[in-house]
Design a protein around this ligand. Structure first.
Ligand SMILES: N[C@@H](CCC(=O)N[C@@H](CS)C(=O)NCC(=O)O)C(=O)O
Length: 225
């Protein structure tokens, strides 16, 4: 079994945190999206969509999409449950995880991809022919602000994002909020409940210092100050 990973990318990060919480070790192959390794024929033969993460099973089956990879491991190793315990909790976790992905991650993606020089002509993940669209920066900001407002209200009365335990909803929300911190928008000022939750989640052994890792990687790119 092998995970096609990328240490600086937020979606593979969703899988790495999940695996660590479960105590599962999987061989990884690093695909550096900053230098476009995901767009080369070798990786396109693995995933024609040109995106990571991808899990390759021992029988050769390949599974992309972080949530589908989670599903595989939740079924094969249920403890600890990270996708909900009963019908109510599973539904709440899924609802909040999708909010975090659709409202948080995709807004952050609009915001980051359409302004960072390394993604010129790479406005859409996995493709090399999509120009950046500057208007999407503002739309991404609006989306991120709306997601933070929603999350703040939820975390005022809930220890974790979806229920009373850590779940995949926390993982995706964390990855979205950290992308916002990296892009210095909207930040955590004015969001005390998110800050409390963010500090607590960051203290978990499964959560690496991703922001420092990515800042180091970006600073090492040609043309960086
Ligand atoms: N919905 C997908 C999103 C995967 C995705 O967008 N991956 C990014 C890295 S975070 C990627 O592979 N980008 C390739 C690129 O930037 O060209 C998932 O949940 O796995």
């Amino acid at each position: 079994m092998k995970l096609y990973d990328c240490l600086i990318a937020p979606n593979p990060r969703r899988v790495r945190i999940f695996l660590d919480e479960k105590g599962i070790e999987v061989e990884t192959q690093e695909i550096d999206i900053l230098v476009g390794e995901n767009l080369k024929p070798d990786f396109l033969a693995v995933n024609p969509r040109g995106i990571v993460p991808v899990l390759e099973l021992d029988d050769g089956t390949r599974i992309d999409e972080a949530a589908a990879i989670w599903r595989y491991f939740e079924e094969t190793q249920p403890d600890p449950p990270l996708m909900g315990r009963d019908a109510r909790e599973k539904a709440l976790v899924e609802s909040w995880e999708r909010r975090a992905d659709q409202d948080g991650m995709l807004s952050a993606r609009d915001f980051v991809r359409n302004q960072v020089p390394v993604f010129v002509m790479r406005g859409h993940p996995g493709r090399a022919t999509d120009p950046q669209i500057p208007d999407l920066i503002e739309r991404g900001k609006n989306g991120m602000r709306a997601f933070h407002d929603l999350l703040e209200t939820q975390l005022e009365t809930s220890e974790f994002v979806a229920c009373d335990r850590f779940s995949v909803a926390d993982i995706t929300a964390l990855c979205a909020v950290d992308l916002g911190i990296l892009g210095e928008f909207p930040g955590l000022d004015g969001y005390p409940a998110i800050r409390r939750w963010h500090d607590a989640v960051h203290a978990r052994p499964s959560v690496e210092d991703w922001i420092t890792n990515i800042q180091t990687a970006l600073a090492g790119l040609p043309g960086s100050p």
